[in-house]
Design a protein around this ligand. Structure first.
Ligand code: MV4
Length: 507
């Protein structure tokens, strides 16, 4: 096994990888930018090195600097996390040339999947079901022919895109020219690559993805699916495993396709095949993500496997320690991505100092966090603070557990999207698993009337604690100690009563 690994990332995923290294007896090396000197991942690692100023180009995307640090400290491998350099084939190649193992797939497989048209061609050859459309770049005239062939509405997509960038919906032939040209210039500007292709439009699909693992000896397994349909602007908000609409038969078919896709691409390490699933439960290859994903914990909880341990073992040349038949799935897991953003102000980022942090715990609760109380969330990077993940025997129990965990969670000093999750988890469509990629937009467009329920117990507790501390002194002289007044009553929540008596809450 490696003796020392550098983690070329920050935040919760850097902490996640550092934890796996510690458990495996591997020394961990953190890197950080000027504004991340006091970040959590820096204090958790065995060593930490400054990369440069805050802008990612000069720090977490600075390939020469990262390789220089790796060589200087004697790291044998680099884990890229997600985002930043994780899907950059040039970086993977530069690591190999520097004699450092990139913990991920081979550069060739990353490049293949990076081009959506090349990926479609390869997947078609491998027999992977595909949305009808083209498998190569098209001229405007060819796009018109293809659209007529598959039938409107169609999606115009950038070959270098993915994740929703450079994508246009075209509902009739008269819109094709302007949409094509807009998508092309957007693609040229964003990716320096104007290649465009066409697919039939699948209306309100579900987004369901299959986790795979491949070793460097030709073995590939699938670890079931994740339901990721709850999204906003192509950002996932909630993920779960398993999907309520996937039964064992469908799982096996999707899994076999995903394994075939990975094998035909020469893929190794952890990867994810994304599928669009239509209302009739037909599934179509969308794209492959060549990295460990944000939502990997829900798969870990239902399979009982540690994906980062396995990534490290695979990168070291070990064989997968199990076969497909050995992999089972138990219960249901849900993840909420907690962001420093304001749901009441169009989800505008809300970085700043975390003045108070009360985190949930207890049975079946996991939190993968990159922050701590007193830390100032910088405005230079993605504002995800942490991931709250629950595991329970079944979906209804997992939903109840997540609601309970959210009620225990309080973040003071900055705005977060915590209130949004309470809303989603109470929504009848979510509870009934009637979710597709349009669910969250529909929910946000509808007026919201709070049911009052158990909303924000942790918030009441935090406010009450502050008031208690501020007023206990003067109360002492008047009507005895406030503490004893609280202790005397044990019928319901003491904090709630204190809040009520202080006029914080009127119920
Ligand atoms: C589609 C589609 C419908 N039909 N392609 C959005 C992200 C990008 N990776 C692909 N996306 C879509 N491609 C066809 N032919 C609908 C989407 C889509 C979507 C896909 C997955 C998750 C959320 C989504 C939200 C809106 C649109």
């Amino acid at each position: 096994m490696f003796k020392k690994v550098l983690i070329a990332n920050r935040g919760e995923i850097a902490v996640r990888v550092i934890r796996a290294c510690r458990e495996m007896g591997i020394a961990s090396v953190a890197v950080f930018s000027d504004v991340d000197r006091a970040a959590l991942h820096v204090s958790k690692a065995d060593e930490a090195y400054l990369l440069g100023p805050a802008p990612a180009r000069e720090s977490y995307l600075n390939v020469p600097k990262i390789l220089e640090v790796a060589k200087r400290c004697g790291a044998e491998a680099i884990h890229p996390g997600y985002g930043f350099l994780s899907e950059n084939a040039h970086f993977a190649r530069a690591c190999a040339e520097a004699g450092i193992k990139f913990i991920g797939p081979p550069p060739l497989a990353m490049e293949l999947m990076g081009s959506k048209t090349r990926a479609r061609t390869a997947m078609q050859v491998a027999g992977v079901p595909m949305v009808p459309g083209s498998a190569r770049g098209l001229s405007l005239a060819e796009a018109g022919e293809m659209a007529a062939k598959v039938g409107y509405p169609v999606m115009i997509k950038a070959a270098a895109g993915g994740g929703g960038k450079g994508m246009r919906l075209v509902t009739n032939p008269s819109e094709l020219k302007s949409s094509f040209e807009t998508a092309q210039s957007e693609a040229l500007r964003s990716f320096n690559d104007g290649e465009i292709y066409v697919e039939k439009f699948i209306e309100n699909p579900r987004h369901i993805e299959i986790q795979i693992l491949g070793d460097e000896h030709g073995n590939v397994v699938y670890l079931g699916e994740r339901e990721c349909s709850v999204q906003r602007r192509h950002q996932k908000v909630i993920e779960e495993a398993p999907s309520a609409i996937v039964d064992e038969e469908m799982r096996q078919r999707m899994g076999a396709v995903a394994v075939q896709a990975a094998k035909s691409a020469g893929y190794t390490n952890a990867g994810t095949i994304e599928f669009l699933v239509d209302a009739a439960r037909n599934f179509y290859f969308l794209e492959m993500n060549t990295r460990l994903q944000v939502e990997h914990p829900v798969t870990e909880l239902v399979t009982g496997l540690d994906l980062v341990h396995l990534q490290l073992r695979i990168a070291c040349g070990e064989k997968l320690p199990f076969r497909q038949a050995d992999i089972g799935m138990r219960g249901h897991a849900i993840e909420c991505r907690i962001y420093a953003e304001d749901p009441e102000n169009n989800f505008f980022p809300s970085p700043g100092k975390i003045s108070k942090l009360m985190r949930p715990s207890g049975p079946g609760v996991r939190e993968d966090s990159g922050v701590y109380e007193g830390w100032t969330v910088p405005l230079d990077y993605d504002p995800m603070l942490s991931k709250l993940i629950v595991h329970a025997p079944d979906r209804p129990t997992a939903i109840a557990r997540m609601r309970r965990a959210l009620d225990e969670y309080f973040v003071g000093g900055i705005k977060t999207n915590l209130p949004l999750f309470r809303r989603i988890l109470e929504h009848p469509d979510f509870v009934a698993a009637r979710i597709d990629t349009g669910f969250l937009d529909r929910l946000l467009a509808s007026p919201f009337v709070s049911t009052g329920g158990a909303n924000g117990l942790a918030e009441i507790a935090a406010v009450s604690a502050a008031l208690f501390a501020a007023t206990a002194q003067q109360k002492n002289g008047q009507q005895g100690s406030a503490a004893s007044a609280v202790e005397q009553r044990n019928d319901s929540s003491a904090w709630k009563r204190t809040a009520r008596s202080e006029g914080v809450r009127s119920e």
